[in-house]
Write a protein that binds this ligand. Sequence first.
Ligand SMILES: [Zn+2]
Length: 115
Amino acid sequence: MMTRSIRQKIEKRLLKKRIIDSNGCWIFTGHLNNKGYGVIHYDQGHIFVHRLSMKLYRSDEYSDNLNVLHKCDIRKCFNPEHLFMGTQSDNIRDCVVKGRHKSGFAGDFKRWNVK
Ligand SMILES: [Zn+2]
């Protein structure tokens, strides 16, 4: 469990590297990993800033066993209101809904409509 002073220290570091965009996203201006997620030194290692944000601001919902996912689809966003806990399969389903994974079906469907 995080003590109050550690919590305040880490929160300060996090908020120093925040810009809020017009969508309300908290854009992390610090180091991003190769996938575009914000990372910060924490507890002798690294932690994703969106995970840390969930841990700080919505600790009652936070679980180490679940993924922290973005509703807004902005990987470097760490607004706790834009995050939710989910499993890996939620993540994949989420991608499908948002159209990141194209199925072959759309292509076939078009072909059937050729006049
Ligand atoms: Zn966002």
